[in-house]
Design a protein around this ligand. Sequence first.
Ligand code: AMP
Length: 354
Amino acid sequence: MLPPGSTIGILGGGQLGRMLALAAAELGYRCHIFAPETDPPAADVSAAHTRADYADTAALSAFAQRVDVVTLEWENVPCAAVRQLAGQVAVHPGAQSLEVAQDRMAEKQSVEWLGGRCAPWAQVDSREALDGAIAQIGVPAILKTRRFGYDGKGQARLHTASDADAAWAAIGQQPAILEAMVDFAHEYSVILCRGADGTMVDWPVPVNLHKGGILATSSLPPPALVREQAPAAVALARTVAEKLGHVGVLTCEFFACRDGLRFNEMAPRVHNSGHWTIEGSETSQFENHVRAVAGLPLRPTALVNPRVTMTNLIGDDVADWPRLMSDPAAHVHLYGKGEARPGRKMGHVTRLGK
Ligand code: AMP
């Protein structure tokens, strides 16, 4: 167990790192952020910030000497950086989790190999391959870049085969997958945490509502169809964590279809759909992640109230802060970001009870 006063290095400086650092502070740890941005939200609440590129091997080496363990809050940290750090200090989760989660194709292949079901998909490495994929998958479909997609970015929808040129151009002609549009009833996520000793906990499953590809709300309890499918989804996510030797929080997103569940994607980290756990669960995703990384036992994850709703504050939503701050039922979290650009996650609000 990492003694109090030790330093946890965090790769990435966004709001997830900020909430991890706050949870780490409660357990008596310091955090050191490694991120290329000038004034990242996580650095505001951390002991130190190394401002450097993830390809800067000298900066990575100096960072490794100043921390006792390393974790990450952004899954697109280059695997090379994680491998270099792992030569000097323990890194959780490790490069194997990142490698799979960074590539939509590897992600889907791994999950299907483990018996999970995804939307029908095909590999697209060229404009010609897109025609073949359309013939195989049909339309409507979504073309998704294999790498660096998030919040609906790096995606283009095809309503008819004639949309192929525009879709290929829209995603920047990058290696991609074509995925059949799934007629889902709901979206939900399994959030689990695996300790260094292999023990696992998972949280009750929230139903997630997206607007424009960005998470808008996560709430519990989820509808009956999600409740029916949750045990199988949790079992699959646990198997994925086990096979990856993952340490820390792992999030798997699913579609609840009338004919069963379909895996969508995974994140090898704490997740926006788990922010409600700060007030809504006995232990937050952030605390259990810090515990896993620090080699502490994991704590229980039961709901403290049967009804919980987390609402994201996206872009201008944050202008409503005076009303939210005055609402005794609202647990307000603001991320300390300067400019409220459209689509930017500025904060979230959690409400317990009705
Ligand atoms: P993703 O980045 O893959 O999570 O996609 C962002 C959002 O787009 C998802 O949360 C869904 O709302 C929607 N979406 C993604 N893939 C599909 C699909 N195959 N069928 C229907 N909707 C999808």
